[in-house]
Design a protein around this ligand. Structure first.
Ligand code: AMP
Ligand code: MG
Length: 538
């Protein structure tokens, strides 16, 4: 629990203060001087119990696969840096930018509902924190070699999962969903064994903080109240300063993290995002989406969809995500109890905070769904209308993203206008705009009944069709990172053609815009996509 290197610690290259090069490569250069990266490493200043300082294991012959210019801007990192040879060296972990103090953080967690004990950055290194133009960002290399927390695993990440994490981080940010960010992918021909032999890569992630629920659970399980308090005080001072003035800052922290987490998961549900591994070590203390592994976006709607092939029991299915997030908040509450008790409060006080979950999630979820349907005003039947729609989506396995995007074209109508045999045009000659939605249904009569009800409901809205459609298009994305899109980019990159990663990134950075010429990225998945499996193996 003390952050010391243990028996299954990193290979000797990873322990060295200055990383040695693998094989016959040229010797490493000194620190890279990038004056625009201004480091101030607050996490490194925390006591040794929080982390282990170590260097990355070198990655042979690194090449930059992709860079997010948006993420580079967050750091104030000049765009032309990506073209410099040092860029791949730094973000492979082979050279250290001046001012960085690489370390692996310790944490613990509940995995699939079971206490897993000590975990920690098993394949990630925090380089340090950089003051960007609009705030401070931790820079973390993921896949940079073994650490004391690797638990016998290889410390590496494969190109496949690095591309997926890179693209989804940036796609979620563009969707407006709180998330860690991704700066770059650097790849190597270093073989890495998973189900088959793949190749290694490092994805550089950015976050104001990578502290997790599991960071608190680590000190709680160790019975180390002093460091538990230091962690809580650090998080409050840096990220929740207004809570320091509360009578019990730790209960207040629990309440605020719960509120943010409820809002986050409501937004996942609204966009059809499945995280896949909602273990407490993958829950951000800032309410961000973190640790993209076997995630997926819903194609055909199925509330029971399980995106993680390793999740046999379906614990982390789409429909379970809110309940699991709530359960995780209970774990966080448990870990905070020594601090809460020291303030004279008890379990009932923590439970009183936890009971806010239902209202917090429901409010955020309902607001998100109302916006998806373009309902600006509240009417008593709205909840039933939304429930009835989800019954249709489920029964016909209607494509989630396409349906809501097309829904904005439906026009308000006082009565059911009917439609012709082709299903597209109203019998009275006026197009009800519902044809593209109907096209997605199997039981068209059933969907038509719902659409008629919806059109009558829209007629009660003060907003006109055009204004409502524009508002709906700002919350119902046209472009999401469907599994098959990621897969195509991965297959090309494995063949040495990285251009599809960049092209897809560009599309996903404007998810709500019509992008003429890019319709293929918004299309239904091809048949072969149904055979794609994503697992914890990354
Ligand atoms: P995850 O489920 O990917 O969030 O990982 C759970 C834990 O396993 C974390 O502590 C990771 O750092 C660690 N881990 C996952 N994959 C590896 C790997 N290839 N090498 C070392 N540690 C790993
Ligand atoms: Mg994790």
């Amino acid at each position: 629990m003390d952050g010391m290197i243990d028996d299954d610690g990193p290979a000797s290259t990873a322990r060295a203060a200055t990383p040695a090069r693998a094989g016959e490569d040229a010797p490493p250069g000194g620190p890279v001087r990038w004056p625009e990266l201004r480091f101030d490493n607050s996490y490194a200043r925390l006591p040794e119990a929080f982390h282990t300082r170590l260097a990355a294991a070198p990655l042979p012959r690194p090449r930059t696969v992709a860079v997010s210019a948006d993420a580079a801007r967050l750091l104030g990192l000049a765009a032309q840096r990506a073209a410099e040879p040092e860029f791949a060296e730094v973000f492979a972990g082979n050279r250290v930018p001046e001012g960085a103090e690489p370390l692996a953080a310790v944490y613990a967690g509940h995995q699939f509902g079971v206490w897993a004990g000590r975990l920690g950055d098993g394949r990630a290194l925090l380089l340090g924190e950089v003051a960007g133009p609009e705030g401070s960002w931790e820079i973390q290399l993921k896949g940079s070699g073994r650490t004391p927390y690797s638990r016998g695993a290889d410390g590496r990440a494969v190109l496949r999962s690095s591309i997926r994490e890179f693209l989804c981080s940036e796609a979620m940010a563009a969707l407006g969903i709180p998330t860690t960010r991704a700066l770059a992918i650097v790849a190597s021909d270093l073989p890495v064994v998973r189900e088959s032999v793949e190749s290694a890569a490092v994805v550089t992630r950015l976050s104001p903080s990578f502290v997790r629920f599991g960071s608190f659970e680590h000190f709680y399980a160790a019975g180390d109240a002093a460091h538990l308090q230091q962690l809580a005080d650090y998080v409050i001072a840096r990220f929740y300063p207004e809570l320091a003035r509360e009578a019990d800052p730790y209960l207040a922290l629990l309440g605020e993290v719960l509120r943010r987490t409820a809002s986050l998961v409501a937004r996942w549900q609204a966009v059809g995002f499945c995280h896949g591994v909602m273990n407490t070590d993958n829950m951000s203390i800032l309410g961000l989406t973190i640790d993209y592994g076997p995630f997926g976006f819903l194609d055909a709607f199925d509330a029971g969809h399980v995106c993680n092939h390793s999740d046999d029991s379906g614990r982390y299915s789409y429909a379970m995500q809110p309940r699991i997030a709530e359960w995780n908040c209970w774990c966080l509450a448990q870990a905070l109890m020594p601090l809460v008790a020291a303030r004279g409060h008890g379990p009932d006080d923590a439970k009183a905070v936890l009971t806010r979950w239902g209202a917090a999630f429901d409010a955020a979820h309902r607001a998100a769904l109302r916006a998806k349907l373009g309902l600006a005003q509240a009417h008593p039947d709205d909840h039933a209308l939304i429930e009835a729609l989800f019954e249709r989506l489920q029964a016909d396995r209607i494509d989630f993203t396409l349906f809501f995007r097309r829904l904005s074209r439906v026009r308000a109508g006082a009565a059911d206008a009917g439609h012709d045999a082709a299903g597209n045009t109203a019998v009275d000659g006026a197009d009800d705009g519902a044809g593209p939605c109907r096209d997605l249904a199997i039981d068209r009569a059933a969907l038509d009944a719902w659409l008629a009800r919806y059109r009558r409901r829209l007629a009660l809205e003060a907003r006109g069709d055009a204004e409502r459609a524009a508002a709906m298009d700002r919350v119902n994305p046209k472009y999401v990172l469907r599994n098959h899109l990621a897969e195509i980019a991965i297959r090309r990159a494995r063949e040495g053609d990285d251009s599809e990663v960049a092209r897809l990134l560009k599309v996903l950075q404007r998810p709500y815009d019509e992008q003429p010429g890019h319709e293929a990225y918004a299309a239904l998945p091809p048949d072969w996509a149904s055979g794609l499996q994503v697992s914890c193996s990354s």
